[in-house]
Design a protein around this ligand. Structure first.
Ligand code: LMR
Length: 332
């Protein structure tokens, strides 16, 4: 009887509010890329800082390489509260109904990284985050990756070289229009499926940042990589709104600081990560890196120009105009 009473007392203690409060708050941060990428490293930096600034009251578990969820599933998981943080690429918000994010996918829309900051830190960046609130999502930060390359088993120098190629894209209608404008056949696939699809010939080619191509070994199954810089990949770090709003105010403040510092880090390392990956691909000898001539660059730009008009109804002409106005203010 005594033993039973003791057990009951211990049990009551374990479930008392004091004991529960001592348990760390767990943030599951899920993403689809490798640990040694801009996003992979930045998510680890956030973990380090979040745990430090909250004195261990928060524990961040980072899940790389789609271990937990693939592209489409992870957003659903966030909305359901199965994970608390994600950083999907800006090209993946269309299926959620926030299609304006796809403005970042327009070919050549970003003249420079400085111009990128003007958009993400400016009114448009904020307005896009407001769009997420009604979906139960809070936008926390924009993280950089970089400008894209195009790869295939055939050299891609002129738009005509794309004719009939099946090209993997992210789930963005702008990217779909971009590939069509080049004469290719777009195929939307989850990131985790790309390497195998390239290896087995389910698709012929793809576009991505050098860092993503290299860390997924795509360059080993693509004979040619064109350093085109025709488009951009970046991320929105997002959280479940209910979870975020429900955090004690002091903890939320410490996490906001951790996110701010991790964002500075992310945006500092992104360019070098991509430059190093490009160099590593070049050195590997597995893929031939093609640099475009001025004339070829012009031909790509010309072929891709119609995408703007085609996508104006989807993105809203005012979104495109605002983007261009904010970037121009930096460039001029
Ligand atoms: C892709 O699916 O190609 C990329 O968006 C993956 C990523 O998160 O960088």
């Amino acid at each position: 009887m005594r033993k039973l009473l003791l057990a009951a007392a211990l049990c009551a203690l374990a479930f008392s509010p004091a004991a529960v409060a001592a348990d760390p708050i767990v943030i599951k941060f899920s993403h689809v890329v490798a640990p040694d990428t801009p996003k992979g490293k930045a998510s680890e930096k956030f973990k380090e800082l979040a745990e430090k600034y909250t004195n261990g009251k928060v524990k961040v578990e980072v899940y790389h390489n789609s271990i937990l969820y693939k592209d489409k599933e992870e957003i659903e998981a966030l909305q359901l509260g199965a994970v608390q943080m994600l950083a999907p690429s800006l090209a993946k918000f269309g299926p959620l109904g926030a299609k304006e994010f796809e403005v970042f996918d327009l070919p050549y829309i970003l003249p420079s990284k400085a111009a990128l900051r003007a958009v993400t830190d400016g009114p448009l960046g904020k307005r896009l985050f407001v769009k997420l609130e009604s979906k139960g999502i809070t936008g926390l930060a924009y993280w950089d990756n970089g400008f894209k390359v195009m790869s295939a088993n055939r050299p891609l120098r002129m738009p005509a070289d794309f004719q009939g190629l099946k090209m993997r894209i992210q789930s963005s209608k702008v990217l779909e229009a971009q590939m069509r404008a080049l004469g290719a056949i777009p195929q939307s696939l989850a990131f985790s499926e790309v390497y195998q699809a390239l290896q087995t010939g389910v698709v012929d080619g793809t576009e991505n940042t050098p860092s993503n191509e290299y860390t997924q070994k795509m360059h080993e199954v693509q004979k040619y990589t064109t350093n085109s810089g025709h488009g951009y990949i970046g991320y929105a770090v997002i959280t479940n709104k209910k979870f975020w709003d429900g955090l004690p105010a002091d903890i939320r403040g410490q996490l906001e600081k951790a996110m701010k510092d991790a964002t500075v880090y992310a945006n500092e390392i992104a360019q070098k990560e991509n430059d190093d990956a490009m160099e590593a691909m070049r050195k590997s000898g597995r893929t031939e890196i093609i640099e475009l001539t001025a004339e070829q660059k012009l031909a790509w730009r010309k072929a891709l120009e119609p995408v703007y008009q085609e996508m104006a109804a989807r993105l809203g002409q005012e979104t495109i105009d605002e983007f261009q106005k904010e970037t121009k203010a930096v460039t001029n």
